[in-house]
Design a protein around this ligand. Structure first.
Ligand code: 3SL
Length: 245
């Protein structure tokens, strides 16, 4: 008998995405440290929309047109840009009501990779419960796309993907069949009581600590600080409440 439940699966990195891409209605792009957390922080602070761009060249073109543009590579602000990828940069009252452009090493690249294939939604720990409730209501096939680091697996995105998929599966309306989804679930279960401690020696946490970004890490690993759900429409992300879906 055919299983009537919707699927929720986890893709560990953009490199593996071609193997998953045709099977899902909604693609949740996750980059816990820090792109998707910063994007949620920006909407929580009241930005109107955000244009995620892949290359620094595109970011410069928007800058030349007068947009407020953030750019990060290797964790650092790219020279010539006013801000990078710290969630705290987006808690700036000057950005309220504005359209912001952002280019990051992995997160904005994943958003643009997923764009042609389904509804792209932004996931992080900071909007976890609001996002999972919304996904449950949609009752569609969901892929959690972990941005990883330069196409490699990372722990924090996989743990967040495991949290999302576990919440959906627990409703009884969703199921997973891939081993990546099962692995994500077990990583989430091991980490959920202490994300910061669990990720202590993770590669990206080390990278960001070396850049003195410990406060960013704490912020990004603190769940449920906002109810925003940024969704891509055309080339721009908007808060879901502002969209007629
Ligand atoms: O790769 C990305 O998109 C970033 O989130 C990386 S960093 O946290 O800014 O280093």
């Amino acid at each position: 008998m055919e299983d009537s439940r919707k699927r929720v699966e986890v893709c560990f990195s953009p490199y593996l995405y071609p193997l998953f891409k045709d099977e899902f209605d909604i693609i949740v792009v996750i980059d816990v440290l820090r792109a998707t957390s910063a994007i949620c922080a920006a909407f929580d602070n009241g930005i109107k929309s955000l244009i995620p761009v892949t290359s620094i060249e595109e970011a410069k073109e928007y800058q030349a047109k007068g947009y407020k543009v953030g750019a990060e590579r290797g964790g650092a602000i790219v020279e010539g840009f006013d801000f990078g990828n710290s969630p705290y940069s987006y808690m700036n009252p000057d950005l309220k009501g504005e359209t912001v452009v952002l280019s990051t090493t992995n997160g904005t690249k994943s958003i643009n990779i997923a764009k042609p294939d389904g509804l792209v939604v932004i996931g992080s720990l900071i909007n976890l419960d609001a996002l999972t409730e919304w996904l449950i209501q949609q009752n569609k096939n969901v892929l959690c796309l972990c941005s990883g680091w330069q196409n490699k697996f990372n722990l924090e995105d996989t743990i967040c993907a495991g949290a999302i998929s576990e919440a959906l599966v627990n409703t009884g309306d969703f199921h997973s069949i891939e081993d990546s989804s099962i692995a994500a679930k077990y990583l989430y279960i091991s980490a959920k009581d202490n994300y910061l401690g669990y990720l202590k020696s993770s590669s990206h946490r080390r990278r960001l600590i070396n850049l003195n970004l410990n406060e960013d890490i704490k912020y990004c690993l603190t769940p449920n600080q906002t109810n925003v759900i940024p969704i891509l429409k055309g080339d721009q992300l908007y808060e879901h409440k502002d969209l007629d879906l």
